[in-house]
Design a protein around this ligand. Structure first.
Ligand code: SF4
Length: 509
């Protein structure tokens, strides 16, 4: 059977995880050039651009969240799909062993991580037969932060700032704009949306995700949907949500809309949001050997770098106003910070995400957290002799820890929380009460931040699996922006309010 199929699948996974396709690179280049380099959005986009180049050059994951591997496979009649699915599963496990995918498959009842990205429902593999002689495999890696910002509307509906959305293309337009506004920085914008009008609840979401296999620069065959896509692109980019929700000129890099027939009683609009780390590639394979005959979405040539050698040499665009912050941090240092300050964190940082936060609500921490920096991060980690090596380490979406964060800060004396997308009113009040700050790092910049880690000094709570364990990291000049301070100010709240006002002006189309 297809002797090269397994190796082709490992190649496809590796390149998808580490090398963004040309259409996404072009859209992100446009986003970089639309901002002043030293603005918040400009600094964020420059870090993103550096991260994209770093990932390609070291063949490391672009983002530490390598997402839910979703394969769409087209096969000629007569190919053994059972065997192919098993080979794809083995290729996923091999790519995980090589550190190209983070172990991301968790038992939903016990919370146990399978460690190899295999388990019920993971990876997702869809087969379809076709009349062509060769095999086509497309892959998308879509992470949890952007997956959590997906949205589904049942029309008619009442929407914040936009009023009633009827069962019409005008109603669909409102739903898409509403979903983009709701996402703010949580899905690591600038992002792209795949949309399905109609279907049922499950087929709608599936068809929405399938739209993300279209290139960002294509034109919809249906002129009505093409017009809708254009108007959403134009209007979404007036919202000023911007990169990471920092406010800026590019909120959306793509809008792709499809339609399915629906039941007369139902009218769903399903929206799949993908982040700037829009990892999607495909291959055509020889149906007798399984070897790659051509790549989809790209010429099979090296990717064009995002930055010039001069821009790479200039590094992170500093303004001279960056504030060094050495952990452990005092309350006085924290209270002197204000929203908008850019800090460079050095010293010891502890990772902690969902499992750690739930644990700390019931148990004492395994380390002293007084004055500490807690990093919402689930890194990609490889065993390195007797130690560990972090190969990707960007921030995860913080809002999931909203029920716990203020209590943990107060109980254990944490002074700074690093994450992305911001947190809510309870945490904001907790920061003020306890004297702590929220620092927004650049979501998805896993390679950039891995290079700020000097060493791994230890690890606790390994029973939660690699991404969920508490890693003890020594970092140097880790850049982040104060987006929630100890005086009750929140950039996230301000941008959401300001963009909500702009959204209201778009109500009438
Ligand atoms: S870039 Fe952000 S939203 Fe996308 S996978 Fe990475 S952490 Fe998740």
């Amino acid at each position: 059977m297809l002797p090269s199929f397994f190796a082709s699948m490992v190649d496809l996974i590796t390149r998808t995880s580490t090398d963004l396709p040309p259409d996404v690179r072009a859209a992100m280049r446009g986003a970089v050039s639309a901002e002043t380099p030293t603005s918040r959005a400009g600094q964020a986009l420059t870090i993103i651009a550096q991260n994209i180049d770093q990932a390609t050059s070291c063949e490391g994951p672009i983002c530490q969240d390598t997402g839910m591997p979703t394969f769409e496979v087209k096969v000629p009649v007569g190919i053994n799909q059972i065997w192919m699915k098993q080979q794809i599963r083995e290729a996923v496990a091999e790519a995980t062993r090589r550190g190209k995918l983070r172990p991301n498959s968790v038992d939903s009842i016990t919370g146990e991580n399978s460690g190899d990205n295999l388990g019920p429902g993971t990876p997702i593999v869809h087969f379809e037969q076709w009349e062509e002689p060769d095999i086509e495999v497309r892959l998308i890696l879509k992470g949890g932060g952007c997956e959590n910002t997906n949205a589904q509307y049942a029309l008619p509906a009442e929407l914040d700032h936009l009023g009633r959305a009827d069962r019409s293309l005008e109603g669909v337009r409102k739903c898409i704009l509403h979903a983009i506004w709701k996402a703010q920085g949580k899905g690591c914008g600038p992002g792209a949306v795949g949309v399905c009008i109609g279907g049922d609840r499950t087929s709608g979401y599936l068809h929405a995700k399938e739209q993300l296999f279209r290139t960002l620069d294509d034109t919809n065959d249906d002129p009505r949907l093409a017009a809708l896509e254009r108007s959403v692109m134009d209007e979404a980019n007036t919202l000023s949500v911007g990169a990471m929700g920092f406010s800026g000129n590019t909120t959306l890099i793509g809008c792709k809309v499809g339609a399915l027939n629906r039941l007369p009683a139902s009218f769903f609009v399903s929206i799949a949001y993908d982040c700037w780390a829009f990892r999607r590639l495909g291959v055509h394979l020889d149906a007798s050997t399984g070897s790659i005959t051509r790549w989809l979405y790209r010429e099979d040539s090296p990717s064009q770098p995002m930055l010039t050698p001069e821009e790479v040499a200039a590094g992170f665009p500093r303004t001279g106003r960056e504030i060094p912050l050495e952990a452990p941090i005092t309350e006085d240092q924290i209270r002197s910070l204000k929203v908008g300050d850019v800090v460079l964190v050095s010293g010891r940082v502890f990772t902690g995400r969902d499992a750690v936060h739930a644990h700390l609500m019931k148990h004492d921490p395994p380390v002293d957290l007084r004055g500490a920096v807690l990093y919402h991060c689930g890194p990609v980690v490889l065993k390195d002799g007797s130690g560990w090596r972090i190969t990707a380490a960007g921030p995860t979406t913080s809002i999931r820890e909203e029920p716990y964060q203020a209590d943990i800060i107060r109980r254990y004396g944490v002074r700074a929380v690093i994450g992305k997308g911001g947190m809510g009113a309870k945490t904001l009040a907790g920061l003020k009460e306890s004297g702590a700050v929220y620092l927004n790092a650049i979501g998805g910049a896993a390679q950039f931040y891995a290079r700020c880690i000097e060493r791994v000094e230890g690890v606790s709570l390994t029973e939660f699996g690699t991404p969920e364990a508490m890693w003890h990291l020594q970092v140097r000049d880790f850049p982040a922006i104060v987006t929630m301070d100890a005086h009750g100010n929140s950039l996230h709240r301000d941008v959401e309010t300001a963009s909500g006002k702009i959204l209201a002006t778009l109500a009438s189309g």
